[in-house]
Design a protein around this ligand. Structure first.
Ligand SMILES: Cc1cc2nc3c(=O)[nH]c(=O)nc-3n(C[C@H](O)[C@H](O)[C@H](O)COP(=O)(O)OP(=O)(O)OC[C@H]3O[C@@H](n4cnc5c(N)ncnc54)[C@H](O)[C@@H]3O)c2cc1C
Length: 325
């Protein structure tokens, strides 16, 4: 068998797909592990909107792992907990970036066979949690409230292929304001806020350390036409016999199309992103200047003038009026 075996995948349950970043493959595979009494590890946002790896034994706990959090996840005691679960004879699904999977395998230094199943995500590089924290504080100050909900990439309102972060900010009078922004994603895509090690990532290749690799299937039309509905398609690379068996076990819950790896390539499958010029300047500015300066200079933030607000209101009214007709 030649690995990786490549599929484009959509979960048949649209609610699952809409709650997931791409096509919902993580939910499909982790459902089976949980139903058989296994344990799932993955990344969630805590109450301070910091990313952490946690342990889940129920679907409710696992659901918090859905959705991409575009910051480095804090592993805390995860590796030790995974080891304890494996030593206790439990089945474990560990999900995370390729370097987190490789780190876990190096830590365990023992082959647990079918007891351990690893799933890694295709990864651009992980942004700094410190920049994220200051970005959040800046949004809260600017909008005079406290953030109560975050979607790093709002698929429901903007579609799968767009990238808009949505923050719900609670004001002093209890009202909630919705803030849609591209500032953090602009910082992310500038590649200036990802870790130094990401520029030398050894996993930017088609070979990965896990059983299944999952990603957003960008340009899926090149690989398999008429499958994309802008609600999310997962790119799935089956890397091992165990990955193949897990996929076979959940296939009936998925719409799938077999693809060729040559038609499914994206940059993180070929090489790491280059360290951009101006990275040092960014970090000097980040240390010295207020975040508003950073947002304008590096995040393409523009102050919304009264004229902009009137125009937007007018456009919204026009749209509403057209829909009624
Ligand atoms: C930092 C980052 C960079 C990414 N870059 C790319 C890219 O270049 N190309 C691409 O195709 N896709 C990228 N993705 C998206 C990733 O491939 C999707 O999370 C994946 O497609 C999940 O598919 P799903 O529909 O099964 O989603 P979901 O059910 O939403 O899956 C969520 C999974 O992502 C994991 N996860 C979420 N956030 C993190 C995090 N911060 N650290 C570690 N694990 C996390 C969870 O543990 C869970 O396993 C990136 C995601 C992140 C977090």
């Amino acid at each position: 068998m030649d690995f990786p075996i490549v599929y484009a995948v959509k979960h048949k349950d649209l609610d699952v797909r809409m709650a997931s970043r791409s096509g919902g493959i993580f939910t499909a595979v982790s459902d089976v592990v949980l139903e058989k009494g296994g344990i799932v590890y993955g990344c969630v946002l805590d109450e301070k909107f910091e990313a952490f790896h946690v342990r889940a034994t129920t679907k409710e706990e696992r659901n918090r792992m859905r959705g991409s959090k575009y910051i480095q996840s804090n592993m805390a005691d995860t590796f030790r907990n995974v080891k304890a679960d494996l030593e206790a004879g439990r089945k474990v699904l560990f999900s995370g970036t390729s370097c987190q999977v490789a780190g876990l395998l190096a830590f365990l230094r023992k082959d647990y066979g079918e007891q351990l199943f690893c799933m890694d995500i295709l990864c651009h590089g992980v942004p700094s949690p410190l920049v994220w924290k200051e970005y959040l504080q800046w949004q809260e100050e600017k909008n005079h409230g406290t953030c109560v909900e975050i979607d790093f990439r709002n698929k429901k309102d903007f579609g799968w292929d767009d990238h808009v972060e949505t923050l719900k900010i609670e004001k002093g009078d209890g009202t909630i304001e919705t803030v849609n922004s591209k500032v953090f994603r602009n910082l992310f895509y500038s590649h200036k806020i990802i870790r130094l090690s990401c520029y030398k990532c050894p996993y930017k290749d088609i070979t990965h350390p896990s059983d299944i690799t999952i990603g957003d299937f960008w340009r899926v039309d090149n690989a398999t036409p008429n499958f994309d509905d802008n609600k999310g398609v997962s790119l799935v690379l089956l890397n091992t016999e165990q990955g193949l068996a897990a996929f076979e076990a959940v296939k009936e819950n998925l719409d799938i199309r077999s693809c060729r790896i040559e038609d499914s390539m994206q940059v993180p499958l070929k090489k790491p992103f280059k360290r951009p010029e101006g990275r040092d300047e960014f970090w000097r500015d980040f240390g010295d200047k207020p975040f508003d300066y950073i947002a304008k200079k590096y995040g393409h933030y523009r102050e919304r003038t009264l004229l902009w607000k009137i125009r937007t209101k007018f456009k919204k009214l026009k749209k509403k009026f057209r829909k009624r007709k």
